[in-house]
Write a protein that binds this ligand. Structure first.
Ligand code: PAF
Length: 292
């Protein structure tokens, strides 16, 4: 399968690297990372260590069987515009935050699948991505239910050894992943700690409160996500990605805008009743963004 991974930053590069031994992978990202991958290949370190030679470019190709979109949520609309001219059979978003699939589906003619990904990755230098935690890709029809496209894409990912589950309840899964990101990302970014620091102590308490608030908002939207499940999933991801620096921590350390609007900011906007922990986390991260 020809797979274009659009948004070859840390997670996109890791997924592209894991898929490349089995599939014809094109990474689409920024220089100097793309130039280095094109010249020397992609070096994966950490949980698995290998070097692989996917194609690498800075613009989307004319055609692919599948586009895996891994850009920051703030860049989804721009990427959707670029993908309009790419002949695609299917598109899969593995992005953080809510609303990305709808933006892609509004622009594209092909089926757009929803996905969540809990693999941990860090871009160490151009051409080198650290694999910091084995997670899981869960994908399926964005409105829920069975999907032949989801089955086909899920099988392609699994063939490459990527931990993959095809799910018929993606709306619930997306809210569950939102709860995990709302719990982990802002707290690790503000406290400047790896995910594992939220295993216990004060950071774990703040994370659990943010996860519970997110589950409550999910239920307000008719999604069946209990507080206990949201907290349990958060704990599981903290354990599985203990050595990972969350994507928001990496954004803050690199001086990039964060995904706060699509994560804790989304929870605040969607809530009927106050969500003080998410609101405080969002305000603090925005304070950092304004001061930078
Ligand atoms: O955004 C992230 O960093 C990741 O989604 C996750 C799963 C929280 C792991 O760090």
């Amino acid at each position: 399968m020809h797979i274009a991974v659009v948004g070859a930053g840390s997670l996109g590069s890791l997924l592209g690297g894991l898929l490349a031994p089995e599939h014809d992978v094109t990474l689409v990202g920024r220089d100097p990372h793309m130039r280095q991958v094109a010249d020397e290949g992609l070096s994966v370190t950490g949980v698995e260590a290998f070097r692989i030679h996917p194609a690498a470019r800075t613009d989307v190709p004319d055609a692919a069987d599948l586009a895996v979109v891994a850009v920051k949520s703030g860049d989804t609309a721009a990427v959707a515009d670029q993908l309009v001219d790419c002949d695609l059979d299917a598109c899969l978003s593995v992005q953080n935050g809510m609303g990305n699939e709808a933006t892609l589906a509004d622009a594209l003619d092909c089926p757009v699948l929803a996905g969540t990904c809990t693999y941990g990755a860090r871009l160490d230098e151009p051409g080198t991505v650290a694999f910091t935690g084995r997670g899981e890709v869960v994908l399926g029809a964005r409105g829920g239910g069975a999907s032949e496209t989801a089955d086909r894409v899920g099988a392609a990912l699994a063939d490459a050894g990527v931990e993959t589950a095809v799910a018929a309840d993606m709306p619930t899964r997306l809210w569950a992943k939102l709860a995990v990101n709302a719990a982990i990302n802002a707290v690790t970014a503000l406290a400047r700690v790896e995910n594992g620091a939220l295993a216990d102590g004060p950071g774990a308490a703040v994370a659990a409160d943010a996860a519970r608030e997110t589950a409550r908002v999910a239920r307000e939207q008719g999604v069946d996500l209990t507080d206990e499940r949201a907290v349990e999933l958060t704990r599981q991801v903290v354990r599985d990605t203990a050595a990972n620096r969350s994507s928001m921590l990496q954004d803050i350390e690199s001086g990039r805008p964060t995904e706060i609007d699509a994560i804790n900011g989304y929870v605040v906007r969607a809530a009927d009743d106050p969500v003080p922990v998410n609101e405080t986390l969002a305000r603090l991260v925005r304070t950092w963004e304004r001061a930078d």
